[in-house]
Design a protein around this ligand. Structure first.
Ligand SMILES: Cc1ncc(COP(=O)(O)O)c(C=O)c1O
Length: 408
């Protein structure tokens, strides 16, 4: 049968087994060309899709026939993004969402129910803590927060209602690692699912599903985009769980816009390349910062004296682009350091080609009490630095302005 003009032709097949290298998947996976033969991915900015007949409409709505209906349900550009990230993470299926937080919310609401219990690393993103602590609690889902580096703490927190383990590794901003394989072994002994927020390393540097995780979550807003343009999220896992999540996303409406999906597709094409470059520069900056007077401590898993450096070498391909450091002093010194930089951007986002600098105690972690911050190691002198793709020498020169501002 001849192809109709708008029938989509798939040129590359991929499966969860990495038939292709990650560099190839990042560029090629998920693209389905239309009969126009476009080289770059098409962007389908349409809210609904037309049917050739009332019968076809009924068949699609009734689920008797595959095909697009409405972009809250499916959209070809969103689907291309989902297929590409699923291939990169080595998962069976992905579900894209309107933000990273929407991914966690929809995952929790789709897979958990009243009475269930979650064991969560205490070093996760602040809004993730609020989601579990405040909103999931209202739905009757309880959470115990544990030290992510302490395997015994994960084991001890399990109850007979535990259904999910949630972690972010490396953590933000202190670069604490969780041994994914070891924690997965504990979780699976108790029939709990393991969810890993893989924002900081991305599949280019860490593939949690290969290490035993069940679901990987991303704020696509970070490195998947890579240029700070769009907010979005995505979950990758097995068909069974993703079908549940997909049902909730299509009904609840936390879907990803096709335009954002297209931006993320473009971002993914350069992801492995960028992650290698971010990691190389971050290691150079971390090593240099360690030698500077005025710096009390540098937090980066690529440093040989990081307490979990061996684990980082085992479960990561490299160490990523985000580091943190403590200046000698308190808030005043940290703010003076930040304000003295001229090139790097003072902003809360990370994972951008532009380097960003943040004072966690008064921004990302500002809603925690002083005691909570102290317990979490978020001191007043701490600065988070997301190393972009500017020249390392220019970055050092900019950070030197900060060092000079706190001298003496
Ligand atoms: C590690 C991590 N997870 C999740 C999120 C939430 O993602 P989003 O802002 O896309 O909702 C963020 C955002 O900063 C993050 O840093």
């Amino acid at each position: 049968m001849s192809q109709s003009k708008f029938e989509r032709e798939s040129r590359i097949q991929f499966t969860a087994t990495p038939e292709y290298d990650i560099d190839t998947l990042a560029v090629r996976a998920g693209q389905s060309r239309t009969a126009e033969g476009e080289h770059s991915d098409a962007i389908f900015t349409t809210s609904s899709f037309v049917f050739s007949s009332a019968r076809e409409a009924a068949a699609r709505f009734g689920g008797d026939e595959d095909g697009n209906i409405y972009s809250r349900f499916t959209n070809p550009t969103v689907q291309a993004f989902e297929e590409r990230i699923a291939a990169l993470e080595g998962g069976e299926r992905a579900v894209a969402t309107s933000s990273g937080m929407a991914a966690i919310l929809n995952l929790g609401l789709a897979l958990l129910q009243q009475g269930d219990h979650v064991v969560c690393s205490r070093s996760v993103f602040g809004s993730t803590v609020s989601l579990f602590n405040k909103y999931f609690t209202r739905a009757g889902i309880s959470t115990t927060f544990v030290d992510p580096t302490d395997l015994n703490a994960w084991e001890m927190a399990v109850t007979d209602r535990t259904k999910m383990f949630f972690m972010e590794t490396p953590s933000n901003p202190l670069a604490e690692l969780t041994d994914i394989a070891a924690v997965a072994e504990i979780a699976h002994r108790h029939d709990a699912l393991v969810v890993v927020d893989n924002c900081f390393l991305t599949p280019a540097l860490q593939r949690p599903l290969e290490l035993g995780a069940d679901v990987v979550m991303h704020s696509a807003t970070k490195y998947l985009d890579g240029q700070g343009r769009c907010v979005g999220g995505v979950l990758v896992g097995r068909d069974k769980q993703m079908e549940e999540v997909f049902g909730l996303v299509r009904t609840g409406g936390a879907c990803l816009s096709p335009f954002n999906a297209w931006v993320f597709l473009k971002g993914l094409e350069t992801l492995p390349l960028r992650m290698r470059a971010h990691s190389e520069s971050a290691l150079a900056i971390a090593t240099w910062l360690q030698q500077q007077p005025g710096i009390r401590k540098v937090y980066y898993s690529g440093l040989a004296d990081h307490p979990q450096h061996a684990l980082a070498c085992k479960q990561q391909r490299a160490f990523g682009g985000v580091l943190a450091f403590e200046v000698e002093g308190e808030r005043d010194e940290a703010w003076r350091f930040i304000d003295a930089t001229e090139m790097v951007s003072i902003t809360g986002n990370l994972g951008d080609v532009k380097s960003t600098i943040t004072h966690p105690a008064t921004t990302t972690h500002g809603r925690m009490s002083a005691e909570e911050r102290e317990a979490a190691g978020i001191r007043e002198g701490l600065i988070r630095f997301s190393v972009g793709l500017e020249s390392v020498e220019d970055l050092k020169a900019d950070l030197q302005r900060g060092l000079d501002a706190i001298k003496g």
